[in-house]
Design a binder for this molecule. Structure first.
Ligand code: TYD
Ligand code: MG
Length: 456
């Protein structure tokens, strides 16, 4: 008699639970558990620890380590220089790349541009849109060429057949959450489906040595929807970021088996699709007004690429009896809370009954601690209602004791500040001597930085 055994799996972190509960004990998220069939009883005899396991028909024998070639397959340029930059050269044969981003950010646009520039046949599985819609977008982008094959299907079988008939040298699946495996009963986009379909496609790409790009949706918190297991299955995870209402788009490598994960590519969304931005700092500072309180400029570092970003803070007195509001855009919320506490405890800046809105301008998201000092100064500047000197750039990490700590590659930060016309830089005490034409103001703690910037 067949017995169906099920488990409840968290769609955020993949933790298994024997029973359904409202909150996942693995990640603390609510309402993320979905039911999944784990065995049907038919397989019960083979699940014994001693039962033999059949090898797959295309299994490879073991190879000696010293006889193993070091070649991983060469990266093939996509033809989009900015994208090749973040991929350390391009797409490697048989590699699987997951491109994650919020809806409407430009994933399909970018991949259609890649399909257009790619040298060879491309199979584009457009599971979210009809072929007509994709064709319309391609016309708008001027991205039409004969050897791009559109497949508006959701099934794994159809995709495998289309690979046989079109013999592509690049496969794009847009998006993995829409694909379904007929042998899995759960709905498309569920944990079980995403895992099964991704596993199947990854195996297919590896066996045939064809680079595969999967599009993945992200939740509003910025995590890839579906279990973490998707990230483990692929070789590269690219995250497509930006604010839909701004034109700037950042592509970061979150995981990359064939190169550095520190690289960053910057695009601008224009009427003709995405174009690489050679000088993002210039673009980010374009609308800056330097005489307003609550603005500080920081040379941040994304991999080896410096980026000048304006940090803004707006503060106002919170109504009595109402907890103060704190919102952060493009900045870590807990970092903001910590810096507000440091300002209150160590620097005498009254932040406790103050509403604070802080943001990194231009829709960029900055995770590196080098922005701490700039954020602290922007908040203080708004509270005392006095602007920072217009020719001043600021960087440094702030510790819990209000000390200003050194961050990576100060030289590159100085050079970028200088290039954009800043004359003075507030930086940690142990900073090396800067290049010519930059006046360096070394500070050991936030209080000193506030005085140096004329805020106290
Ligand atoms: P899209 O690639 O469909 O996003 P995703 O696949 O990530 O959901 O991009 C959609 C947005 O991009 C849409 O709001 C229109 C805009 N867009 C442009 O601004 N210029 C263009 O040339 C194209 C094709 C789209
Ligand atoms: Mg899309």
């Amino acid at each position: 008699m067949s017995k169906v055994k099920t488990s409840h799996v968290c769609s955020e972190c993949g933790t298994h639970h024997p029973k359904w509960t409202g909150q996942c004990t693995g990640c603390g998220e609510w309402n993320t558990l979905t039911e999944e069939v784990i065995s049907t009883g038919l397989a019960a005899d083979t699940s014994s620890p001693n039962a033999p396991r059949p090898a797959s028909s295309d299994a490879r024998p073991p190879v000696a380590l010293n006889d193993t070639s070091t070649e991983t397959g060469s990266a093939r340029a996509t033809g989009i220089a900015e994208l090749d930059h973040v991929l350390s050269g391009g797409l490697v044969e048989g590699s699987v790349t997951l491109l994650g981003g919020e809806p409407g950010i430009g994933k399909s646009t970018l991949l259609l541009q890649v399909a257009h520039k790619w040298d060879g046949p491309v199979l584009y599985v457009c599971a979210e849109e009809s072929a007509q819609q994709v064709r319309q977008r391609a016309e708008r982008l001027g991205a039409i060429r004969p050897d791009v094959w559109l497949l508006a299907e959701h099934g794994l079988g159809e995709i495998a057949d289309a690979i046989d008939s079109t013999q592509p040298s690049l496969i794009v699946v847009d998006s993995i959450q829409m694909i379904s495996d007929p042998v899995v009963t759960s709905a498309p986009g569920s944990v079980a489906q995403v895992r099964a379909t991704a596993q199947f496609l990854v195996n297919l790409a590896k066996r045939r040595s064809i680079p595969l790009v999967l599009v993945g949706h992200v939740t509003k918190e910025g995590d890839l929807a579906g279990p973490r297991v998707l990230e483990h299955l692929v070789d590269t995870v690219l995250s497509f970021e930006g604010d839909r209402h701004h034109s700037l788009r950042l592509v970061r490598a979150v995981k990359h088996r064939f190169g550095s994960t520190n690289e960053l590519s910057v695009f601008e969304m224009t009427g003709d699709g995405l174009t690489g931005v050679a000088d993002p700092s210039q673009l980010l500072l374009a609308d800056r007004k330097d005489q307003i309180p609550g603005s500080a400029v920081v040379p941040t570092l994304e991999g080896r690429r410096p980026l000048i970003v304006e940090i803004q803070a707006l503060t106002s007195v919170a109504p009595p009896g109402v907890p103060a509001r704190r919102t952060a855009q493009g900045i870590d919320q807990s970092r903001l809370a910590m810096l507000l506490a440091v300002l209150a405890r160590h620097c005498g800046v009254p932040t406790s009954a103050t509403d604070v809105y802080a943001s990194a301008v231009g829709g960029v998201r900055i995770a590196e601690p080098g922005i701490d000092l700039a954020l602290s100064l922007a908040i203080a500047s708004s509270i005392v209602d006095r602007p920072l000197p217009p020719d001043l750039a600021v960087f440094g990490e702030v510790g819990l004791g209000s000390e200003v700590r050194q961050v990576a590659q100060p030289d590159r930060r100085f050079a970028e500040a200088h290039r954009l016309g800043f004359k003075r830089v507030l930086a940690p005490l142990r900073s090396p001597d800067p290049i010519d034409n930059i006046e360096l103001i070394r500070v050991s703690d936030v209080g000193e930085a506030l005085r140096a910037a004329g805020l106290t």
